[in-house]
Design a protein around this ligand. Structure first.
Ligand SMILES: Cc1cc2nc3c(=O)[nH]c(=O)nc-3n(C[C@H](O)[C@H](O)[C@H](O)COP(=O)(O)OP(=O)(O)OC[C@H]3O[C@@H](n4cnc5c(N)ncnc54)[C@H](O)[C@@H]3O)c2cc1C
Length: 89
């Protein structure tokens, strides 16, 4: 945290904030259709500090955007097949 060149190479959570972070991961599914805003990037993942969770948030944004704009998915996929993030213990 004291290395100015490290920037976002790691992310720390304050105690008790994990489920607040997970609730941001639900934003695209629950609120984006209303707000028109889709969140992607490591800031909206609880596995931050790696490119792989960034990619997952990008896929999440696109899947939800496609669903909300009535796009047709290949292979019979629908959001019924897509996992829900659980908020709460
Ligand atoms: C030192 C270091 C080492 C790392 N090593 C690894 C590793 O080995 N393996 C790994 O998987 N991950 C690693 N990471 C993490 C990985 O690089 C990040 O998780 C990933 O790049 C984040 O991607 P992102 O798209 O969410 O954000 P970013 O890549 O940060 O992209 C955000 C973009 O938004 C732009 N931006 C910001 N504000 C604005 C604005 N107002 N208007 C327009 N554009 C804006 C920025 O310029 C930037 O281009 C490392 C990170 C660091 C810092």
């Amino acid at each position: 945290m004291t290395d100015r060149n490290a920037l976002g190479c790691a992310k720390l959570y304050r105690p008790g904030t994990y489920y607040d972070a997970v609730s941001l991961m639900k934003y695209n599914r629950d609120l984006s259709a209303h707000s028109g805003l889709y969140l992607a990037g490591e800031s909206f993942s609880v596995d931050a500090g790696w490119t792989e969770p960034c990619l997952r948030t990008a896929l999440d944004a696109v899947i939800n955007l496609c669903d909300k704009t009535s796009a047709s998915f290949n292979g019979g996929f629908s959001l019924a097949h897509y996992p829900h993030y659980r908020v709460g213990k």
